[in-house]
Design a protein around this ligand. Structure first.
Ligand SMILES: *[C@@H]1O[C@H](CO)[C@@H](O)[C@H](O)[C@H]1NC(C)=O
Ligand SMILES: *[C@@H]1O[C@H](CO)[C@@H](O)[C@H](O)[C@H]1NC(C)=O
Ligand SMILES: *[C@@H]1O[C@H](CO)[C@@H](O)[C@H](O)[C@H]1NC(C)=O
Ligand SMILES: *[C@@H]1O[C@H](CO)[C@@H](O)[C@H](O)[C@H]1NC(C)=O
Ligand SMILES: *[C@@H]1O[C@H](CO)[C@@H](O)[C@H](O)[C@H]1NC(C)=O
Ligand SMILES: *[C@@H]1O[C@H](CO)[C@@H](O)[C@H](O)[C@H]1NC(C)=O
Length: 314
């Protein structure tokens, strides 16, 4: 069990299959789902961990560059682990490149508003195929898919994974916007949040275009992959069903009238809300906000994550 990915796998399995069924419409306000007391800037810096990840991930996968190649000197810190250019059509590549560039602009806007100093110190992020394969293996309840899952292999594999990450950004902004103090600062966060919601919509639309195709070289479809990985993420988060597949049972669809679910949402199709601890449990892949791993092997930058860890707010 010394091997970290082995440990992650064992932990994910435990979380994934021992938790109880969660009703889709239950609003769970148990302590582990509540926001952590923090200043406005601490919350914004927490979100920067997510924005940095998304920018590096999408730029690397689409055109093989990082944030500093686009905006020199904007970030410092360890380079992402496992960055790989993906096998996309030119049409998809251009869209994903754009979404990465959009996210770089959001980071620069936070520097220009003097909420962050440049260069922004990045956490260690892991964008490797192996990091994503760990989640997918749990989703299919196998030690390793044959061949091992590679998000960079084709469009369905990539967008099914990338849209999950993008949803965390949308949901965290939906959670913090009301509590951001200062009109200028709140307006900036609203504008970033709205654009990031559009990013999520674009990713889900790309996924919807291939939703009934099988994910090469496997026999499962993109719909099944997205449904199963959503289930894993929901179990890790431990705060209800907020990650949704693209083809859902009627009772999860808008107005209970459709199984098409490009725009996920609650019973009134409102955006779901997620707070810090829930986000960490998912992106760490451990189901434990004080145990880093998964996409962030060393945890988050900023003062909020160390506080969560020191107060043992798992
Ligand atoms: C996962 O697979 C194991 C055997 O490999 C089996 O015992 C277990 O029931 C499976 N769990 C689910 C939820 O299918
Ligand atoms: C790249 O994607 C195309 C189209 O989906 C597919 O035919 C091809 O096999 C893929 N190449 C690799 C190396 O996976
Ligand atoms: C996918 O299949 C479902 C039926 O299972 C169908 O309603 C839907 O239109 C299909 N979506 C696309 C994009 O082909
Ligand atoms: C996945 O599909 C199953 C079976 O249709 C459904 O019960 C479940 O709610 C879906 N999960 C998500 C997260 O979409
Ligand atoms: C959809 O079904 C759920 C129960 O699954 C119910 O609570 C909700 O009111 C229904 N929504 C509409 C718009 O009928
Ligand atoms: C979470 O991880 C910490 C170690 O970082 C451990 O001490 C704690 O028991 C774990 N909590 C749960 C609920 O598993």
């Amino acid at each position: 069990m010394a091997n970290p990915s082995c440990f992650l796998y064992a932990f994910l399995l435990l979380v994934a299959f021992q938790s109880t069924m969660i009703n889709a419409n239950t609003v769970i306000l148990t302590p582990q789902c509540r926001p952590v007391a923090a200043t406005s800037n601490e919350k914004i810096v927490f979100s920067v961990n997510l924005l940095l990840y998304q920018a590096q991930f999408l730029l690397g996968a689409s055109i093989g560059v990082g944030i500093n190649d686009i905006s020199p000197g904007l970030v410092q810190g360890p380079p992402p682990i496992g960055a790989t250019t993906a096998n996309f059509s030119n049409r998809v590549r251009r869209v994903l490149e754009e979404l990465g560039l959009v996210t770089v602009g959001h980071l620069r806007a936070l520097v220009e508003a003097e909420i962050l100093d440049a260069p922004i110190t990045s956490p260690q992020i892991d964008v490797s195929a192996e990091a994503y394969a760990a989640f997918v293996n749990v989703a299919f309840n196998v030690t390793t898919l044959t061949p091992p899952f590679n998000i960079y292999a084709n469009t369905p594999s990539f967008v099914a994974a990338a849209k999950g990450f993008s949803a965390f950004i949308q949901q965290y902004y939906a959670g913090i916007i009301p509590s951001i103090v200062g009109n200028d600062r709140q307006q900036l966060v609203i504008r970033i949040g709205l654009s990031q919601a559009a990013v999520l919509g674009v990713l889900r639309t790309l996924l919807n275009e291939v939703i009934n195709s099988t994910v090469p070289p496997y026999t499962f479809t993109a719909a099944e992959l997205s449904n199963r990985t959503s289930d894993v993420v929901n179990r890790l988060g431990g705060c209800g069903v907020k990650a949704e597949g693209l083809i859902v049972p009627l009772q999860l669809g808008a107005e209970n009238r459709t199984t098409s679910n490009v725009v996920p949402g609650d019973v009134n199709s409102l955006a779901f809300v997620r707070f810090e601890r829930e986000i960490l449990r998912m992106v760490f892949g451990t189901g434990n906000a004080t145990m880093p791993g998964g996409l962030y092997p060393d945890g988050f930058i900023g003062t909020l994550y160390p506080r969560i860890r020191d107060l043992r707010l798992s």
